[in-house]
Design a protein around this ligand. Structure first.
Ligand SMILES: [Zn+2]
Length: 404
């Protein structure tokens, strides 16, 4: 038996009385639940981009509402007796959905009429809603233009009407998106702005949308996904954005309208200092390498091995500079580690004639870890950082065994 959809003609019905046609046990998210079919319902099932309603059937809580062809199936958390039942709709949730859905029709109409961008799909999310537009990328001016035009229709407080007719009749009236379905169709008309076939629930007047805010636009395959919010969501998101802006201004110590310029200065300042810092690191590595080379002469095996375990005070980047500097000297090999993280750097002057990659792999094989490199420069990381000094001793041992 077909369920009468009370919301088709009256989307503002919050309470209704209906006959329970059937109530069968089922499961919902692995909990025991019941499937209830009524002769009529004001509860909207998930369809056409709009999520289902919540509410009550008698004492039972509605967990889900599904469109099953002619029937609407209500998933509830307890058994509902056959006979008459009183139902009600969770109005806060429904009104929010109507604000977003009527807002979507209006926004899509503005994008299409004024900027020639047809909507190919719509999604009403729990935080943000989206429409996908076809065509070239909408500029900032187009996004703002469509938002402003939609808000003007909201301020005009135009009626939103439900119309019935055939696809041909709607086509003659200049429907936004033509359909080729048979029989009598339902369409939503925003007076002097839009006519669009739709089975969803809508507001009675455009002023109830409250406010339209268009947000990000990103590329999704061949289309452009525009995020928007209406009504209470627009109010919440605008408040949240303002608080974020104020926090950023406090952090930067400036006025809210100076945040972008101030952040720009902070970033370029940081980049400049970072460049300076890298230069200083480089020079420090040169100076430390000179001292190290003076302290360690070339040994009887013809090699000079500088082994050093660094602690927290040196960055891994610095070890790289230091190793490169040492390896600029003839017959020199650098074996470096950094204890807190287990980084290893093995480097040599080509005249030392060893293979740093092979040496590193041999050490990592014994102690555990990952890494690699070239014959003259290899870097890796031990699985256990505490073995950093053992790794250096092992590297030395392998080198002297080779030299013998
Ligand atoms: Zn719709």
């Amino acid at each position: 038996m077909a369920t009468r959809r009370l919301y088709y003609d009256d989307s503002s019905a919050r309470d209704f009385t209906a006959e329970v046609v059937s109530c069968e046990p089922t499961t919902h998210e692995s909990n025991v639940a019941w499937e209830v079919v009524l002769d009529a319902t004001a509860l909207y099932p998930t369809s056409g981009g709009q999520p289902h309603d919540l509410g009550k059937l008698g004492d039972a809580n509605v967990l889900d509402v599904r469109d099953a062809g002619e029937e609407i199936v209500h998933i509830v958390d307890r058994e509902v007796a056959l006979g008459t039942v009183h139902g009600c709709v969770d109005w806060t949730r429904r009104f929010d959905h109507m604000q977003q859905h009527t807002g979507q029709h209006l926004l899509s109409a503005m994008f299409q009429e004024r900027f020639g961008r047809p909507t190919v799909s719509f999604h009403l999310g729990s935080e943000i809603s989206t429409i996908d537009l076809r065509g070239t990328e909408p500029s900032e001016a187009i996004l703002e233009g469509a938002e402003r035009a939609a808000n003007q229709v909201i301020f005009d407080d135009r009626p939103v009407n439900v119309r019935y007719g055939t696809a041909e009749q709607f086509a003659e009236l200049g429907v936004r998106k033509e359909v080729d379905r048979q029989g009598i169709l339902r369409a939503i008309e925003i007076e002097a702005a839009d006519l669009q076939p739709c089975g969803g629930t809508h507001l009675k007047r455009t002023a109830q949308i409250g406010m339209m805010l268009v947000r990000r636009c990103t590329k999704i395959r061949q289309d452009w996904r525009v995020e928007f919010v209406c009504g209470s969501r627009a109010e919440r998101i605008a408040r949240k954005d303002f608080l974020l802006l104020r926090r950023a201004a406090e952090q930067l110590g400036c006025a809210t309208d100076e945040v972008a310029d101030s952040a720009g200065r902070v970033v370029s300042d940081r980049d400049g200092r970072f460049k300076e810092y890298r230069g200083v690191l480089q020079r420090l590595a040169e100076a430390e390498a000179t001292l190290a080379l003076q302290a360690i002469p070339v040994g009887p095996d013809g090699l000079r091995v500088v082994a050093r375990a660094f602690q927290e005070d040196a960055q891994a980047e610095y070890l790289g500079h230091f190793a490169s500097q040492l390896a600029k000297s003839d017959k020199t090999i650098a074996l470096l580690s950094r204890t807190p993280c287990g980084h290893l750097f093995f480097a040599q002057h080509p005249s030392a004639g060893q293979d740093m990659n092979a040496l590193l792999r041999q050490v990592l094989e014994r102690l555990g870890g990952k890494g690699g490199g070239t014959r003259d420069f290899a870097r890796g990381r031990l699985k256990e950082a505490a073995k950093a000094e053992t790794a250096l001793a092992l590297g030395r041992e392998v080198l002297s065994a080779r030299a013998r």
